[in-house]
Design a protein around this ligand. Structure first.
Ligand SMILES: [Zn+2]
Length: 126
């Protein structure tokens, strides 16, 4: 159990004592001035990740995408990379996911065609 002496000696945004363990000079890793740049960068990354996730959830349909829909989303991703709106790495990841989705869709279609052929053969035999 932490005693007040082990805890960070500053207060948070709402004026309550910081509840994090002190790291150096009586301050936690979030409040120590030597780490201010890293903390600011981590907060920015956290904010970006949250807003990217929220945008993706809002923009994408929850149901299965057709190949045509997938194609048109990839077209948007392609345009965004060209105009510098998203990083090429994000587009590569999206293309990777799209490839797997297309393979799954192809495999499902083949499976259905095989089932239909087998069903037809069984019917003719009977
Ligand atoms: Zn602190």
């Amino acid at each position: 159990m932490s005693t007040p002496a082990d805890l960070c000696q500053t207060t948070n945004k709402v004026g309550e004592p910081c509840s994090a363990r002190a790291w150096r000079d009586g301050l936690c890793i979030w409040h120590h001035p030597s780490r201010a740049q890293e903390v600011a960068a981590a907060r920015r990354r956290g904010g970006q990740a949250r807003s990217n996730k929220a945008r993706a959830l809002k923009a994408l349909p929850a149901e299965l995408m057709t190949n045509e829909q997938l194609h048109s989303y990839l077209g948007i991703v392609f345009t965004w990379v060209i105009v510098g709106k998203i990083e090429p790495g994000v587009a590569n990841a999206a293309a990777g996911v799209a490839r797997v989705m297309a393979e799954l869709s192809r495999a499902t279609e083949l499976e259905q065609r095989i089932i239909a052929l087998e069903t037809e053969r069984e019917r003719r035999r009977a």
